[in-house]
Design a protein around this ligand. Structure first.
Ligand code: CMC
Length: 432
């Protein structure tokens, strides 16, 4: 929001001063509006990795990294995971408010009746090797949705935008479950309309045609919570990727596929898979000090996976909810002694007591405990990041929609500080 406040920038060479407007948000730090800076001064700002740049306005999600607070549309993540279903949170992110009963029923109906994917899409899976990483499969099949649903590709038509949003949220669990089944060599399981979103997802992942499958309500609730915790996280790498792709007016299926590719990396959503690999490598509690030392050693590329965050300089509130959920899920599954959980708990304690982690304010993030729950539920490690993508799709879609509905939408086009050779004469190949 516009304020009367300004920020003065002084060129020490010429003594010239430039006043830049300051904008206030509802919460969080104010921003210096540099949009006219280049036109008026001939200078760009330099902020690789965006440590000091607000790339857009958004009404969806607020993070107070110092206090460890995450809110969607003003509601804390703790309240939402405690009281809401994933679809309620999806509605909240898309529409701005929690739904009343009628709105919820309608929304659930729309999502439920879009869960089937075009039968021909099944054939795409056969093109992948069985041992392909399911994230590779997801990048391909989600982008392929744009070749099936031509009737919802006009991004300027609000009705088509809504249908695409519903299709993406509805079909992503179906595609994720298909990627899982394909890797196992088992038949795809069709969605069931009598089950809720999380139940249906577990059913499609774990049912086999040979016998009935009972969805545990405790596991379905835990899955629902995991999806809520991953639903949105303001302008992270994958969301910014979706926004940048969407700013060129690309169709939403293509944009969400670009978000999936960005999520895959171990510094982002791929960390949940990397955490389990790390815990297995540590192997026993007595080797924790050795790995803490490795993580601190600047000559060693090893980092504590599931630790640290660009924005949180406090406990990630999502990690707190998941840590509590671990016991519930392991109890339900009758797992009395999960050695990786014991290592994770001790590793957390050791890191939080170590000056290196304390000084840098490195705490467990959302990926630290989620893998232990997902492993206990029966998901292979390669599926962990796919599950992150299932939850995050609603955030990507809501952020994409918010951007398209912004009247001032323009293509995103960062600039650079060129450090290559200055202009030079071309040398023919026989003279090089
Ligand atoms: N282990 C050891 N040292 C670390 C770690 C870690 N996990 N994370 C940060 N540091 C150190 C880093 O070396 C640097 O030290 P120094 O100041 O001496 O150079 C300092 O802490 C600041 O770190 P940074 O790399 O400048 O921070 P960043 O904001 O660029 O990176 C991060 C954030 C999440 C990529 C990073 O903390 C990390 O690599 N964590 C492990 C991967 C991970 O868990 N990612 C999931 C993030 S949360 C979910 C999501 O977004 O998908």
């Amino acid at each position: 929001m516009k304020t009367d406040k300004t920020f003065t920038l002084r060129n020490d060479e010429t003594g010239e001063e430039f006043k830049l407007p300051v904008l206030d948000g509802i919460e969080g730090p104010s921003v210096i509006d540099v949009r006219k800076l280049y036109g008026e001064t001939g200078y760009f700002t330099f902020d690789p990795s965006y440590t000091s740049t607000a790339s857009c306005k958004s009404r969806l999600t607020f993070i107070d990294g110092d206090e460890g607070v995450l809110m969607h549309r003003g509601y804390t993540i703790e309240e939402l995971t405690e009281n809401s279903t994933f679809l309620e949170v999806a509605y909240l992110l898309l529409e701005g408010d929690l739904p009343n009963k009628k709105q919820y029923d309608e929304f659930e109906h729309h999502i439920t009746y879009h869960t089937l994917v075009h039968e021909q899409l099944h054939k795409f899976f056969q093109g992948f090797r069985r041992d392909a990483h399911p994230m590779a499969v997801m990048c391909g099949v989600v982008a392929a949705l744009s070749s099936f649903y031509h009737d919802s590709l006009d991004i300027w038509d609000p009705k088509q935008r809504e249908i695409s949003a519903h299709r993406l949220i509805a079909k992503i669990p179906t595609l994720a479950a298909m990627a899982h089944k394909y890797a196992l060599g088992q038949p795809f399981v069709y969605p069931r309309n009598d089950l809720n979103y999380a139940e249906n997802f577990l059913h499609m992942c774990f049912a086999v045609p040979a016998e009935p499958y009972h969805v545990s309500p405790v596991l379905a609730r835990a899955m629902d919570k995991i999806l809520i915790l991953h639903a949105d996280h303001e302008q992270n790498a994958s969301t910014s990727t979706v926004r940048l792709a969407g700013s060129s007016q690309a169709n939403p299926f293509a944009c969400i596929s670009s978000g999936i590719t960005s999520l895959w990396g171990p510094a982002h959503g791929g960390a949940n898979q990397a955490v389990l690999a790390m815990l297995r490598e540590i192997g026993s509690v007595d080797r924790i000090p050795e790995f803490i030392e490795k993580a601190k050693d600047k000559d060693d590329p090893f980092r504590l996976m599931g630790f640290g965050h660009r924005v949180y300089k406090n406990y990630d509130p999502r990690a707190g909810v998941l840590k509590a959920s671990c016991d519930e899920v392991l109890d339900e599954l009758g797992v009395e002694n999960e050695p990786l959980l014991a290592i994770a708990r001790e590793l957390e304690k050791a890191a939080l007591a170590d000056d290196y982690f304390v000084e840098r304010k490195l705490f467990p993030n959302v990926d630290f405990y989620s893998g232990i729950i997902l492993k206990a539920m029966g998901f292979p490690e390669e599926m962990f990041t796919v599950l992150f993508a299932v939850g995050r799709t609603v955030g990507w879609v809501a952020q994409w929609k918010e951007m398209i509905e912004e009247p001032t939408l323009r293509i995103g086009r960062p600039r650079q500080l060129y450090t290559g050779p200055a202009k030079r004469d071309y040398v023919p190949i026989d003279k090089r």
